[in-house]
Design a binder for this molecule. Sequence first.
Ligand SMILES: Cc1cc2nc3c(=O)[nH]c(=O)nc-3n(C[C@H](O)[C@H](O)[C@H](O)COP(=O)(O)OP(=O)(O)OC[C@H]3O[C@@H](n4cnc5c(N)ncnc54)[C@H](O)[C@@H]3O)c2cc1C
Length: 342
Amino acid sequence: MENTRCDVVIVGGGAAGLSAATTLARALRSVMVIDSGAPRNAPAAGVHGFLSRDGIRPGELLAAGRREVLSYGGTLIDGEAVSARRTPDGFDVMTDDGRRISGRRLLVTTGLTDELPPIEGLREQWGKGVVHCPYCHGWEIRGQRIGVLGTGPLSMHQALLFRQWSPEITLFLNDTVEPTDEEWEKLAARSITVVDGAVASVDAADGVLRGVTLRSGHAFDVQAVAVASRLEARSHLLESLGLVPQPHPSGAGRFVAVDPMGGATAVRGVYAAGNVTNPMAQVVTAAADGVMSGARINADLIDEETRWAVEGRFGPFSAASEDAVFTAVMGQRRYGLEVSDR
Ligand SMILES: Cc1cc2nc3c(=O)[nH]c(=O)nc-3n(C[C@H](O)[C@H](O)[C@H](O)COP(=O)(O)OP(=O)(O)OC[C@H]3O[C@@H](n4cnc5c(N)ncnc54)[C@H](O)[C@@H]3O)c2cc1C
């Protein structure tokens, strides 16, 4: 790879990062996307809730996004970004294989990690028989016997939520959920079965989820399991720039706070979008976030270039930036203003 300098470095090539990259490339910005190839929904068979793309394989959606980025001149880099630091011109991002990618702005779209309780068989079924979000998977398991695995206060909410998709809900308290009197009343009113005791395993045969077994040995015949994973922002890179994730108000995990208008962080020039900033974002939401961030970053660069043009300076990397400055300089000449040389 020859050129490692660009207008915008994007770390994370999921729905958020690729959407931002397309927006920026279409705005004639040089953009490089570093991606380690582990999108959050990789274990799922299909993407649901994305208008016009219902059921598309997650890998297929991203492959189409990657093609779009390339078609507008964006650059895709396979690798893991391990650290970032500020430079006089912007930011340097280091990859795990020792490359340095420099950009005037940095956008982080690294997503989040779903932390699962250490229960035998759970991870193997994640995204298949074990699900977290009824808007992603509820239709596919509608009417089935669904077990809700207790992990904390959010499991109560999840049991009542999944009840919309099936009348046969069993809440496994798993020694972690203690319903209040009011909650017991709600569970009873919605005919939700409650099972006391710690869960030992989620059981499958031939890759299909068959049930849940307690440590006591009691086995329950369920066809799907819902679990509220802990949603931890993949914020390592942002943390290396001093941006610390904070607890999400829902209690679901941690996220990095950004400005809602395009994802500006508390560090000037650093932006973030998608699940790393909003744990509730679905694919279409993350993509929309990416578009907003792309537009916001472009506006930020335009502000900078306009300032340079007024001062008679030129941008360091972008041909498009130089065009903008050239236009501004010509304008200054037209008005008989003093213009400094390049
Ligand atoms: C099992 C499951 C099923 C789901 N199903 C649906 C569904 O049907 N519909 C729906 O709308 N949503 C679904 N979701 C939610 C969906 O996965 C997220 O909304 C979406 O992935 C968020 O996109 P993102 O771009 O923010 O993050 P991601 O898609 O997670 O992309 C982040 C990217 O950044 C990369 N990355 C991370 N760190 C680094 C680094 N340091 N250097 C380089 N690259 C890095 C990762 O490899 C990854 O490619 C599902 C989630 C799960 C867990």
